[in-house]
Design a protein around this ligand. Sequence first.
Ligand SMILES: [Zn+2]
Length: 456
Amino acid sequence: MGRFAVFRILRKRRWFPSSICASLTAAQEGRAGDLSTQESMSTPLDPKRTVAELKELRSLTSDANGAQRVAFTPTWVAGRSWLRGKLAALPVETHVDAAGNLWTTLRGGSDRVLVIGGHMDSVPNGGWLDGCLNVVAGMEILRRISAQYDGRPPVTVRLVDWADEEGARFGKSLFGSSACSGTLDMEEARGLRDRDGVRLPDALKEHGIDFERVRESGAELAHAAAYLELHIEQGPVLLDLDLPLGVVLGTVGVERHAITFLGQAAHSGSTPMNRRKDAFLAAARMGPEVYGIAGRHGGVCTIGSCITKPGIVTSVVEECRITLDQRHLDGPALARMLQDAREAAGRFAAEGGVGVSWSRLWRIDPIPFDADLLRLCDEAILETCGRSHRLPSGPLHDAAEVARAGVPTIMMFVQSLRGISHNKIEDTREEHLELCVRAFDRLADKAMAWIVGKGG
Ligand SMILES: [Zn+2]
């Protein structure tokens, strides 16, 4: 058993913290001798440059409260101009599509396209990594591919900066990618206004975008053979496992409902406990119940809101409306979670002598990512730092829209410190940022070979 095999076993048993993955990997790569030296000469991937450029972008587009690159605002435009300036050094073509997405194309030997995507826009007072990590790391990978293949890789490689992923100004997230995938509800989007009453179509017009034509951006995906997205996890799963990187299985399905229990208002002093029709009691019993449901099925359930009527201190509650949000990566499991919640609500209502009614607020099916790309992503992570983990994504991402459009898709997550995002304290260790650029680059290579192997 060689020295590296021993290291691998020790790491498997988690006797080494992930922080030493980087140095181990460097040592492992050194072992490859001539090949690795040759590779590093012709493939100048520079993950430290990605970190430096993210800091440069932060200094240009943040203030004391965090990142301010809200889509369709001057700071977002400034962020994009910075990006275009950097990309100008490469032998690429850049254009903005009908929905405002920025596409950068490195033409290859085949029309089949490997797409790498992210978003430069942020929420107000956002973090320094959400969205732009993907774009800036993607730019570094474009540089490496361009250098390695002398400007002409075997397949065409494109970097897309999706417009308005966050939906911070108009309340509609995934705008650019949903326009591109064809799922954008035009009726709904046409009527959206920001806080100052500006309509979405008017805001788009200021940026040269004709709202009525945004779905024409779908043509951009015509030759897309694979889509890769790197993102910070925005949660604590990898942090708790002490792992730098993970493979994203897909985005979870969501069921969102309002449940209203209807009892009878009655005086809080004169009504004996056994005579009450207490709508709040039935609703309150749902609290521990949904924790049990989530535990049984392996998803997550949240009661996020509770409103009581008449809502005064001297009355038994007549009406209690709670909201339920349930999420699961597996469609049938999500359906069972909903069924369990319905049965429990009915039972609590019957036992309490109150009525219950449901109304659906929103739902979306789970969107699983491509099985082949999932395997390649796992490999890329294992080769980079020895340990990998598969996890679903709670938040939706542009990748979900691309997958819905039928393009084989995968995402890679990098650990988030504190598991916090959409906040100026959002952060990831620099060594993990460098690792994710390395692993994502390997994934890009594997995906290109996969496309070629499929007749690309
Ligand atoms: Zn994001």
